[in-house]
Design a protein around this ligand. Structure first.
Ligand SMILES: Nc1ncnc2c1ncn2[C@@H]1O[C@H](COP(=O)(O)OP(=O)(O)OP(=O)(O)O)[C@@H](O)[C@H]1O
Ligand SMILES: [Mg+2]
Length: 368
């Protein structure tokens, strides 16, 4: 096991695409860090650079204390699991799992013991003599995981390893990877564009957009204290509602004058006011009102429902308990669970205006 330190990493592809820009992160020994961001934001490029499969344009990669910029992939002591698992079709599961060790001239007895131990850990002992085509997608992915584990690498890299699986299997494998991480205490870097996967799996998240780190923090830090509008709308499902407007005399106002809320911020001027769907609810008598809302559509999720609301000059979402839905009239006053609003600068950067907690404030992206 080892830490991974990434210092000012840049990657510009031939043709000029800047896939990764000034990426810095320190991943502690034994930590599970999830790199998350929309498609094309540079996650795979970053992972491939760590693995040595992609040349870096500038910057440094340390695994433990060792600078590995010039070290070939096979000598970096890293195991990578991809979306498509690329098992060798002509080999059995046992041979697939042992292949990496065989290439390293590990004695046969030791290979057999490690394959057996790992197969037991992943409950795939009964599959050892089958070939990949005789396995389901989930079983194949488990074998790919096993192939990485038997090598006992310093660092595991995962590039969306579950995205080919159906929802049930994906959630099951996600728990297995989390359990595996607890058990092995291995350093893992896990890439996904699925924010639910990121929230449930990572000790810490690194959020990326267009090759640049937007925020680093624990899942709850990034959820409760998003550093900017991008993070605010990317993390959390459905996304945070955003209202453009301005602060006047300690109150936020929407431009149509129909939305208004007292805020804890003295500075006046244009801002973006953010409120999560679960923090909006009908106001009872005497409670402060944010705006009048007209429900336009209700989506039932079981014990909760998503209610689409026409309010404060736009369409927004509230997530409420089903009992609440029954009592909604044609029009009703909406209040906020307080203090639950977020304020952002009204510019393309959209930085958070309220204090964020220390660990999540770093746009330079230090994971420690
Ligand atoms: N070999 C390449 N040559 C040129 N441009 C590339 C190459 N590989 C990736 N890119 C570009 O670099 C950017 C980052 O790509 P990357 O594959 O790292 O994104 P990603 O975050 O992994 O996306 P996804 O979630 O879709 O897998 C994209 O704009 C992509 O088009
Ligand atoms: Mg990718």
């Amino acid at each position: 096991m080892a830490s991974v330190t990434l210092t000012s990493l840049h990657k510009t592809y031939p043709g000029g695409i800047q896939a990764v820009r000034n990426f810095c992160a320190q991943i502690a020994n034994g930590e599970l860090v999830v790199l998350v961001g929309p498609s094309g934001c540079g996650k795979s490029t970053l992972l491939r650079m760590i693995a040595g499969l992609e040349e870096i344009s500038s910057g440094q990669i340390h695994i433990g204390d060792r600078l590995v910029n010039q070290v070939p992939p096979g000598d970096r002591d890293i195991a990578m699991v991809f979306q498509s698992n690329a098992l060798y079709p002509h080999m059995t599961v046992r041979q697939n799992m042992g292949f990496g060790l065989k290439m390293r001239r590990t004695p046969k007895v030791a290979i057999a013991a490690r394959v057996a131990k790992t197969a037991k850990m992943l409950s795939i002992e009964s599959l050892l003599d089958r070939r990949p085509r005789e396995l389901s997608g989930g079983q194949q992915q488990r074998v790919a995981l096993g192939r990485a584990i038997v090598r006992d690498p310093a660092v595991f890299l995962f590039d969306e390893p579950l995205s080919n699986l159906d929802a049930t299997l994906r959630s099951q494998m996600r728990s297995e990877i989390a359990a595996l991480h607890k058990r092995l205490r291995a350093t893992m870097i896990y890439v996904t564009h699925d924010q639910v996967e990121a929230m449930t799996l990572g000790d810490r998240l690194v959020l990326m957009k267009e090759g640049v780190v937007q925020q680093v923090g624990t899942p709850l830090e990034v959820y409760h204290h998003p550093a900017n509008q991008f993070v605010a709308t990317f993390i959390g499902s459905p996304a945070m509602n955003l209202f453009r407007g301005e602060i006047k005399q300690g109150q936020f106002h929407t431009p149509d004058g129909k939305g208004c809320w007292q805020v804890d911020r003295a500075t006046e001027g244009p801002v973006v006011f953010g409120i999560r769907p679960e923090d909006l609810r009908p106001a009872r008598d005497g409670e402060p009102v944010f705006a009048e809302a007209r429900p336009t559509l209700t989506e039932h999720l079981g014990h909760e429902a998503l209610v689409h609301l026409d309010m404060a000059g736009g369409s927004h979402l509230a997530r409420v308990a089903v009992e609440v839905v029954r009592d909604l009239g044609e029009k009703f006053p909406v209040t906020l669970r307080s203090p639950s609003y977020h304020l952002f600068a009204d510019n393309p950067e959209g930085l958070a205006l309220q204090p964020t907690c220390e660990a999540s404030s770093g746009r330079q992206g230090t994971v420690s």
